[in-house]
Structures are given as structure tokens and as C-alpha cells.
Design a protein around this ligand. Structure first.
Ligand SMILES: C[S@@+](CC[C@H](N)C(=O)[O-])C[C@H]1O[C@@H](n2cnc3c(N)ncnc32)[C@H](O)[C@@H]1O
Length: 359
């Protein structure tokens, strides 16, 4: 964007573009307000089951929807109009249906395109409410200070990252897929509620999987999930900060062939120590794959839609005393710890992989 400065009474430099008019500028703010309305509408529709009901019974009228869900028909009609305005619903005679692909994007948590989880994250008090309340004090927190609802919402956001990573993303890493199919030990560092550990164990039935996380509540949730998925014979869960992760704590019978980290590397207090610990648990030639948000490193990127969403995530990250990192920071990290065969893949505008092999 070109900017010009002008002082009242002194004409702008000849040839400089005219500054935008008030009428040009107002729509920027109005589109922010419209986005907020759309966001609240979608989040409400997810929580109240309105979107799920319309996916299961397309064409329902607001009265049908209200009846089925035990909601007020006038309020449901208001919601339907707003969701139509946001482009989330289409009209069908007297009723509504989900617009094309909305069921996948908003409701199918098994899809690599799922974004439904992000709405819950953005509305949670941990994201903006607590940030604003702490704006003067700058008081920080850690994962144990967050609510179970927050941990569940984060798992919903992390799930499509794992879906893209396993197996598609890992197949982009030369030589890795064969090793995983043959069977080996895999460590998911900062495994959270266990979604990735289960995905790894079910996708690679010959592999043993270790999940490590520093948050006790997340490890408890992971234990429940792993047991429910019936893979507890091949998944070991360890409660430990990654900065303290030692080979013996991770209880490996053999060095790991693969260590992954999904949307968490930027959170580590000491990423150099963590990378050293990852090196120590890897076999020679073993891979470290970092799957993370690539925070924009240009002004243009920051003003893109993905950049603006990632800027939103930074409100939470700041409160736990970190920030998302530009992807290239991981090239530097792996390089300074002697990893070789570095590679990268952009899976979506908000998801990139960086990998390297232990020498
Ligand atoms: C954004 S969540 C992601 C969890 C999971 N990987 C996923 O994608 O759903 C970040 C997780 O990293 C964990 N974490 C962050 N820093 C950590 C550290 N230094 N040591 C261990 N766990 C850490 C947190 O406890 C939390 O469970």
C-alpha cells in the first residue's frame, strides 16, 4: 500500500497518489463489522445445533428448525436471515439449506478443510476477553489456567492440521512414508488431547506412538481418547515439558524414526533446548517434522485473510508468552542444531511443514 503524508495547507507532492477518501475508507470498517456478525452467527449456529439440523434436514423452515430444536421461532428466523446474509445458508422455497460445502467446512471434523473449530476458539474468553482484561497488567498464563472448554476447542482447531499432516503431509517428506509403513517409533511432542497420537497409531499400525505434553489436563483427555479409540496398547502418554523430555522419560525401547510437533513448536519456552531433546530421541537419519501456522513476515501477508486470522491467534499466544513464528524461523532452528536434508511444504495458506533429518 502506498502512503502519503500531507500537512494542512501544504499541497501533497506532485505525482503522489491522492489519499483515499472517507467514502473509500468506511467500507473497510463496515466489512469488519459484517465479518463479526457472520462470525457470531456461525458460532451460535454451531453451538445451538442449527447448522447440524439443516445439514441433516435441508429445506426446513425456521418454524421446523425451532420445533426440532426446542428454540424460539422468531429468534430462529432472525438467525436464518443473518446466516443467509453471511452466505452460509441458501433459500429453498419457504426454508433454508446449507450453502455448498458448508457442511464439510463447518461440521465435518474429519475433513482436511474443516474450519468449524476455529469459531469456538475465537469466541472463548481465553482469546480476546482475558487479553483485554489484562491489557494494562500484561499478566501471563499457562495451559493449566485455561478451561476444559478451551482445551476442547483447541483440539477442534488442531484436528484438521493432523488430518492434513497424517498421512498426506508426511508423504511429502522424502523417504518417510516407507519407514512408517515398515514400522518404527513415532513421538508426537505437545500432543495435546491425543488426536494426533491416535491418527498416527491408526494410520501406521506397525508403529509405536509416544505422546508427550506439558499440560496434565490435556494428557488426561488424551488417555481417555486413546482408550476409547482402542489403541492404548501402542500409544504411550507422558506428562512432561518438552524442555525436560529425556530419552528415559519418553520410555522408548528404540530411538524414534520420527518426531512430529503440531501447532505447538512456537509455544515452547526454549525451542533450542526442545530441538536438542528431539535430536536426542531420534535415531541417526530420523526426521523431525514441524507442522505449524506460518506467520506472515511481510506487511502484505499480514493484511491477507490468513494473516489476519493468524493475528487473532496471537492474542492467545501473547498471554502464554509467545507468538506464532514465520516458517523460515524453523529452517534456522533445524540448521543450527545440525539437521540436514531440510524441506518444507505449504499445505494451506495457514499450514506449513518444515522438516529435517538428524545426522
Ligand atoms: C495448540 S495446543 C496443540 C495440541 C495438539 N498438538 C493439537 O494440535 O491439537 C499446544 C499444546 O502444546 C503444549 N505445550 C506447549 N508448550 C509446551 C512445552 N514446552 N512442553 C510440553 N508441552 C507444551 C500445551 O500443553 C498444549 O497441549
Amino acid at each position: 500500500m502506498t502512503t502519503t503524508t500531507s500537512t494542512p495547507g501544504i499541497p501533497a507532492q506532485a505525482g503522489a497518489p491522492a489519499p483515499p477518501s472517507l467514502a473509500d475508507t468506511a467500507p473497510k470498517l463496515l466489512s469488519l463489522i459484517a465479518g463479526y456478525v457472520g462470525h457470531r452467527t456461525v458460532a451460535m449456529g454451531l453451538r445451538a445445533g442449527l447448522l447440524r439440523q439443516l445439514a441433516d434436514r435441508p429445506g426446513g423452515s425456521p418454524d421446523d428448525l425451532a420445533d426440532a430444536l426446542g428454540l424460539d421461532p422468531v429468534y430462529v428466523a432472525v438467525w436464518c436471515r443473518a446466516a443467509f446474509g453471511a452466505g452460509v445458508l441458501e433459500r429453498t422455497g419457504g426454508g433454508y439449506r446449507l450453502a455448498d460445502h458448508m457442511a464439510t467446512l463447518l461440521l465435518d471434523d474429519g475433513s482436511p478443510a474443516f474450519v468449524g473449530g476455529v469459531f469456538g476458539v475465537c469466541e472463548a474468553p481465553e482469546m480476546f476477553g482475558r487479553f483485554e482484561a489484562s491489557l494494562a497488567s500484561g499478566e501471563r498464563m499457562w495451559w493449566e489456567d485455561t478451561s476444559p472448554d478451551w482445551i476442547a476447542a483447541v483440539a477442534g482447531t488442531g484436528t484438521p492440521f493432523y488430518t492434513r499432516l497424517v498421512p498426506g503431509g508426511l508423504e511429502r517428506v522424502p523417504g518417510l512414508a516407507e519407514r512408517l509403513t515398515a514400522g518404527c517409533t513415532v513421538v508426537d511432542t505437545a500432543c495435546g488431547s491425543g488426536v494426533g497420537a491416535i491418527r498416527l497409531a491408526t494410520t501406521y499400525p506397525r508403529c509405536a506412538v509416544v505422546g508427550v505434553d506439558g499440560d496434565a489436563h490435556s494428557i488426561d483427555r488424551a488417555r481417555d481418547r486413546v482408550a476409547a479409540a482402542g489403541v492404548d496398547d501402542r500409544v504411550t502418554l507422558v506428562h512432561s515439558a518438552l524442555e525436560d523430555m529425556a530419552v528415559e522419560d519418553v520410555a522408548l525401547d528404540e530411538p524414534a524414526a520420527l518426531v512430529v510437533n503440531n501447532i505447538s513448536m512456537h509455544e515452547c519456552r526454549d525451542i533450542d533446548r526442545v530441538t536438542e531433546n528431539v535430536r536426542a530421541v531420534l535415531e541417526p537419519g530420523g526426521w523431525f517434522v514441524i507442522s505449524d501456522f506460518p506467520f506472515p513476515d511481510t506487511d502484505e501477508g499480514l493484511r491477507s485473510v490468513p494473516g489476519r486470522i493468524m493475528s487473532g491467534i496471537q492474542f492467545f499466544e501473547a498471554q502464554i508468552d509467545d507468538q506464532l513464528l514465520p516458517r523460515a524461523a524453523y529452517d534456522d532452528l533445524l540448521g543450527r542444531h545440525g539437521f540436514t536434508d531440510l524441506g518444507t511444504a505449504q499445505l494451506t495458506p495457514m499450514h506449513a511443514l518444515t522438516w529435517g533429518r538428524r545426522t
